[in-house]
Design a protein around this ligand. Structure first.
Ligand code: 13P
Length: 252
């Protein structure tokens, strides 16, 4: 089973508008064809509309979060139909920073996954363990629980429309990458959970690795059997680095 690689940038709360526009202009010039690798930049919500207009043939634009309801008295929130109507393709859900700072739970992540699918958005569903859990040796059990809860009441047909991102919290923004073997082993465990839920469809769902991915370690990570791409923070802010990562994923 060959799964097309996906390189997803997560800009988090970085870049002012001119930098954002310039980045997209530059990356559009040289980003590999979407026939070879999928690429997406998940940008701050305020730029989504402008960036989608400049999307080009190959690079897609994604959001970093959304509410699960279509509308309501939720000051400061953005709904799935709002981001859908500006033309966004992907949405990151359940990032560990949102779980840690904004009270996202497995239950809200599940509601968001279902809302994203209902609005034809491709959710990038984030899971991952803390350092304490890694050191206690319970990573697989914790990640299993996150996956099972995120996919509660999601049919096989809908699960096939999703992407999972495995991001060990201790590797995010720390410069400490999981070794390719560590990342691949946990991703295999996640695929095992998806197999419990969806049988062979598990082989078609892409699972990305995220956590200090950069131009130096990307080749080794993408050479692993079960790592289907990367969710990249810091290195996605530099257009040349992002292009390098995208090119590294071609024909992998
Ligand atoms: P870094 O690549 O900066 O470690 O961030 C990873 C991440 O959180 C992507 O969502």
């Amino acid at each position: 089973m060959s799964r097309k690689k996906l390189i997803a940038g997560n800009w988090k709360m970085y870049k002012v508008k001119d930098d954002a526009l310039e980045f997209i202009y530059r990356v559009n010039l040289d980003v590999p064809s979407k026939d070879a690798v999928d690429t997406v930049i998940c940008a701050p919500a305020i730029y989504l509309r402008d960036l989608v207009k400049r999307e080009g043939e190959n690079l897609r634009i994604g959001a970093q979060n959304m509410h699960y309801l279509e509308e309501g008295a939720y000051t400061g929130e953005i709904s799935p139909n709002m981001i859908k109507t500006v033309g966004v393709t992907y949405v990151i859900l359940g990032h560990s920073e949102r779980r840690a700072y904004y009270n996202e739970t497995d239950e809200t992540v599940n509601l968001k996954v279902k809302a994203a699918i209902a609005h034809q958005l491709i959710p990038i569903v984030c899971v991952g363990e803390s350092l304490e859990i890694r050191e206690a040796g319970t990573t697989d059990a914790v990640v299993r629980e996150q996956v099972i809860k995120a996919y509660k009441d999601v049919s096989k047909e809908d699960a096939l429309k999703t992407v999972v991102a495995y991001e060990p919290i201790w590797a995010i923004g720390t410069g400490k990458t999981a070794t390719p073997t560590q990342a691949n082993d946990t991703i295999k465990a996640i695929r095992g959970v998806l197999r419990e839920l969806y049988n062979d469809a598990a082989d078609e769902i892409r699972i990305l690795y995220g956590g200090s991915v950069n131009v130096k370690n990307v080749e080794a990570l993408l050479s692993e059997s079960d790592i289907d791409g990367a969710l990249v923070g810091g290195a996605s802010l530099d257009p040349e680095a992002f292009l390098f990562l995208a090119n590294a994923a071609v024909d992998k």
